[in-house]
Structure formats: C-alpha cells, structure tokens
Write a protein that binds this ligand. Structure first.
Ligand SMILES: Nc1ncnc2c1ncn2[C@@H]1O[C@H](COP(=O)(O)OP(=O)(O)O)[C@@H](O)[C@H]1O
Ligand SMILES: [Mg+2]
Length: 335
C-alpha cells in the first residue's frame, strides 16, 4: 500500500530537486557536498557547498558525488540525500511519517547503478522507493501525453549527460545517451582559455561564461566579456576579454556530438512513429537546453520543430513527483 505522502526526487549530476504534489518544487540545490577531508564530516550541502568549489582550504573539499548521471560516491550521495530529505520532511511536517519516494534514474543506468540509487534513497528513511526512467519523468513534467500511442521525443541535457528518448504509450521505445552535457561544455571553455591565453579559470567561472556568452552554432550579435583567472606563466591574477564567437568555437565539437546522438535516435525510430515526430517535434529539457541559440540551431539541423519544455530545469522533478498516477502505464518502474 502506498502511504499518502509522495515525494519526487530528481537526483541530477548538477542539481537535486525535490517535488511534492502540495508544495510543488520544494527544494532545488546543486548536487555538491563540502566535507572535511580528514574527519569526512559533512560541512555543507547544496548552494552553500557549491560556493566553496575551488575556494576551500586544504582540509575542506567540495565534491560532486554524482557523475555522468549516476552515483560515483555512494556514501557521500547518501549523506547528501539525508540532509535534503530531512529538510523536505521538515517542510512537509513529516517528523514521524515516512514518505514514499519516487526517484529518477538515467535510462542508460545499469541494474547495479539503479540499485545504488534505490538503496541510497532507502537509507534516508523512505518507506517505499520507486524508480522511474529519467526521460519518461521529463516528458511527464513537460506535460506530454506519454500515456498515448504517440511519439514524444525528449532531449534532456543535464550536467553529465545528454539523453535522447522516444516515448510512446508510457514507455521508452528507443533511447540513446552520451556522457556529454553542461559539464563538458564548461570544460571545453576552460581548455580553450588555457590553450589560447595561458590563463587558468575555475569551473564556476567557465559555467558563468557559458551561460552569459555561450552560443549554439547559430549566427548572433557577437558579445564580449571580461574574465579573471590565474596566469599560468606569471602565476598572478589576470583579466582578459573574450568573445562569444571564440566560445562558440570552443563548444562546437561537443555540440556536434549532442546533435549526432539526437540524429541517431531519430533514425532508429519505428516508421509509424516518425510521422508523429515531423508534426510534434522534439522537446528539450535539462539545464543545458537553456544554452543560447540551441533551440534554433537544432531545429535547423534536424528539420523538425524543436520546443523548450516549460521549465527545463524542473521537468524531471515535476514528472517524477507526478508519475505515480501513471504507475500502471509505466513499463519499467521498479520498487
Ligand atoms: N542558461 C544556461 N545556459 C547554458 N547552460 C545552462 C544554463 N542554465 C543551466 N545550465 C547548465 O545545465 C546543467 C545542469 O542542468 P540540470 O538539468 O540541472 O542537470 P542534472 O540533471 O545533471 O542535474 C549545468 O551544466 C548548467 O551549467
Ligand atoms: Mg537531469
């Protein structure tokens, strides 16, 4: 039997979100944990920990326990989830009742990886834990008619991965994933600046550059931005000016790989569903979908309509929380 309180968790590589039917998105925090390297004590979780990345004294590290969409460090993930669940339970007034939790797993996750996600959530004191495939959750969260025999194409660009799935009649018909997402784009920027300017910048600076002047491969009015880092020759802090044109060039290779995986998935689509795709197009979700010009570039390349999900950063969490009503239709839910 299901108890009344159901919480949906999007355990993302970059962000962890918690959704409940009554409160909507209750929590949205970076998946970052700051810990003491000697005692392993957790010092901060979420935004507070993310602010520490690259800025901590030697005894403190800020780590991201999820990598490529799956758990890289089980213990730290569990500790992070415990902190998050405690806050959520408090907000929901659940001091004595255990909630049921639905959590999403990348569709490419192995059964061992899925089990790890399940167990980590279970250890936070959940009553029952259900797993749902991430693209299905994203589609439900984007209000697509996943229960009908119609092709719904979801492209979810997260921190660690890009997942492409065609969903029809409650299940994944075909899907592909690559381990290229927003983090890789950040890294492309770091490498570009290092190679061309001998300047070292941190992950957070790279992410800011991407959000502000990063563009998909479209024509645009060129923007410039001043950035600061450490000169690799003198070792001293230095400010340089960069343009959106060169950043676009730095992102090119990764963007083409994302395009390739979308193309490959569409090519794999059963003929009957291909017709739907021409009409209904592709829906973009995940934070990476917000890259400037991405929607325009992709629709030019794949020649079908490309839409942005209503809340790209929240679709998976919303869909996860709402998915129980689809439980009979969802093929691959496991408890
Ligand atoms: N406006 C933006 N432009 C480009 N990338 C963005 C933007 N906003 C967020 N992102 C990127 O989206 C990624 C996080 O997306 P998210 O869907 O939360 O990932 P995950 O599901 O892996 O936690 C990060 O790499 C972040 O830099
Ligand atoms: Mg995600």
């Amino acid at each position: 039997m299901l108890s009344n309180t159901i919480i949906g968790i999007d355990l993302g590589t970059a962000n962890i979100l918690v959704y409940s039917k009554n409160k909507g998105i209750m929590m949205n925090e970076p998946s970052v944990v700051a810990m003491n390297t000697e005692t392993k004590a957790i010092l901060a979780v979420g935004m507070e920990a993310k602010r520490m990345i690259g800025k901590t004294p030697s005894k403190v590290i800020a780590v991201r326990p999820l990598k490529d969409g799956v758990i890289a460090d089980f213990d730290v993930t569990t500790e992070m989830l415990k902190v998050i669940m405690k806050k959520a339970s408090k907000q929901l007034g659940l001091s004595w009742r255990k909630p049921d939790v639905i959590v999403c797993a990348p569709s490419g996750a192995t059964s061992v990886e899925k089990r790890a996600i399940h167990d980590a959530v279970k250890q936070t004191g959940a009553k029952n834990v259900y797993l749902i495939e991430e693209p299905v959750a994203a589609a439900i969260g984007a209000d697509l008619p996943v229960g009908e025999p119609i092709a719904n194409v979801i492209v979810d660009i997260g921190g660690g991965t890009t997942e492409v799935a065609i969903i029809s009649y409650g299940g994944v018909v075909t899907n592909n994933a690559i381990r290229i997402g927003g983090d890789q784009l950040d890294d492309n920027i770091i490498q570009h600046i290092r190679k061309n300017y001998n300047l070292l910048i941190g992950e957070r600076t790279a992410e800011m550059i991407k959000m502000e002047i990063g563009y998909a491969l479209v024509d645009h009015d060129i923007l410039a931005m001043d950035i600061r880092g450490r000169d690799l020759v003198t070792g001293l802090p230095k400010t340089i000016s960069i343009t959106s044109k060169e950043i676009q060039q730095a992102l090119k290779e990764s963007l083409l790989q994302i395009l390739e995986v979308i193309r490959a998935t569409l090519e794999n689509c059963p003929a009957e569903l291909s017709g739907d795709i021409v009409d209904r197009g592709v829906i973009l979700s995940g934070g990476g979908a917000l890259l400037n010009g991405l929607q325009e570039w992709l629709s030019d390349e794949i020649i079908v309509p490309v839409h942005l999900a209503p809340n790209p950063l929240e679709s998976v969490a919303i869909g996860t929380g709402r998915s129980l009503q689809f439980i009979h239709q969802l093929n691959k839910i496991m408890s």
